[in-house]
Ligand binder design. Structure first.
Ligand code: INI
Length: 155
């Protein structure tokens, strides 16, 4: 049997988490933030070890995340945003740059940057993923941050 190495959903002692939240579609992103903080706190992260930083839109998430990563204060970052397709190519540009930029920050800094950016066709779909029919993607992003911090500590 191979050695199985995996992360668990536990809060590492003293670990600090940075959440970057886009204000665009704040009806949705505030709900993602609520789910995200709830998941962290219920898995043992004290609230005073969680910082939330606001940016105008999802396009700005990577730059703020990069700055937070450079501070070396955080075990992981979680990016929350919501891009809704409006029938223009704008959607692809904003969502694409947010996605590329955030993964670049994670790889350059060597810390997990959880991707909690919804890319939806409609507001209804976004609501479903922000606490209605399809769970809360902010919660899921927080769980992935917890798991990755624990995993990286084992590698
Ligand atoms: N930003 C979002 O987070 N979601 C969107 O749906 C969106 N749309 O549709 O335009 C959006 N645009 C703003 C963008 O993220 C930047 O804040 C803006 O272009 C200024 O740089």
């Amino acid at each position: 049997m191979p050695n199985k190495i995996e992360g668990h959903f536990v809060a590492k002692k003293n670990a600090r988490f940075g959440i970057v939240v886009a204000r665009w579609n704040s009806l949705i992103t505030e709900r993602l933030l609520g789910g995200c903080v709830d998941a962290l706190v219920r898995h043992g992260v004290p609230e005073d070890r969680i910082d939330s930083v606001y940016v105008p839109g999802s396009f700005e998430l990577p730059l703020a995340a990069q700055k937070l990563a450079a501070s070396k204060k955080y075990a992981a970052l979680i990016a929350l945003g919501c891009v809704i397709r409006g029938g223009t190519p704008h959607f692809e540009y904003v969502a694409g740059e947010a996605t590329k930029g955030l993964s670049q920050v994670a790889l350059n800094a060597g810390i997990p940057v959880a991707f909690g950016v919804l890319t939806c066709d409609t507001l209804e779909q976004a609501l479903d993923r922000a606490g209605a029919k399809a769970g809360n993607k902010g919660w899921e992003a927080a769980m992935s941050a917890l798991e990755m911090v624990d995993l990286l500590g084992k590698l």
